[in-house]
Design a binder for this molecule. Sequence first.
Ligand code: F42
Length: 329
Amino acid sequence: MVKFGIEFVPRDAYWRIVYYTIESEKSGFDHVWITDHYNNRNVYVMLTLISNYTNSIKLGTGVTNPYVCNPVFTATAIASLAEVAPNRVVCGIGAGDYVTLSAIGLKFEKPLAYVKEAVEIIRTLTSGETVNLDGDVFKIRGARLNYKSPSKIPVYIGAQGPAMLRLAGEIGDGVLINASHPKDLKEAVARIREGVSKANRRVEDLDIAAYTSFSIAEEEAKAIEAAIPVVAFIVGGSPNVVLEKHGIDIEKAQAIKDALVQGKFGRAFKNVTSDMIEAFSIAGTPKQCIDKIEQVLETGVTQFVVGSPIGLDVIKSIRMIGEKIIPVF
Ligand code: F42
């Protein structure tokens, strides 16, 4: 059975995120994923608080990275959280967001090695064992925690590029694919399967999550209205090859990029076209969303993550998903 996840960005205050997650758990979501960027509120503070106000929803970093946080720190934080909420914690990790990392002077080098070695360090430490690693990027000798996680912590890898998707297939317990369009997800799943074969694993042992940009409302126009700013930022961060793949007008996309760089958000949002909405989000009425989710699930995805913006009114949208979407699957 497909699992449903929901993503929250702790740009919002803790009480809002806790409230949203309580409603998400009641509405039938299996996972909550809290994003991690140094300039937002801290992911572990959020997850710990959420764990105190909820009972069963799985708690995930969605995703942390090995540049801002040394994996030794991640292991400590995530194992501590697992003591607070046993059997509920998952660790999502990826290369990190290029723009955010560059702003704080971190070099985005050897992302594959960083993620691979971080996963090994986190797994070993959280299970109470000693790390001895003479890696490409991490050199660790005899490191050990004074406690261990009371339960196994599955590691999910946030991935977009083909090599990172393959790596996720090789070593991840799960993958979080940053895409909304079935075409992109199908390609991503094919790359993941390559990694799975290389490692002689079974694809069934992997939770493959589509980390979508999602927006739902009773009226399509309202769902689209909420999706426009998110889609503008996705277009702004997409290379031309990705835009061309979806038949998007490069000049219009460039106008969005220019406007965003100048901080002219209104102008950027005005240039968002229906092609862009279609390519980079799932936005519409409950019926339209169900049709799209069905197409997404045909690609081999096993978890559907409802990501920003969720809807114009977040609480109403969470409840709508609980009443009209999750029961269908
Ligand atoms: N990023 C955040 O910072 N915070 C978040 O909360 C967050 C959430 C999130 C959720 C799902 C998801 O899929 C991604 C998410 N991200 C988040 C973004 C994530 O951190 C990455 O930025 C995003 O996944 C894009 O990275 P990528 O997986 O495409 O990997 C990049 C680095 C890439 O270029 N990959 C290439 C590829 O083909 O996969 C490989 C690059 C390569 O081969 N590098 C070589 C190497 O050895 O590593 C050489 C590079 C060198 O240094 O010479």
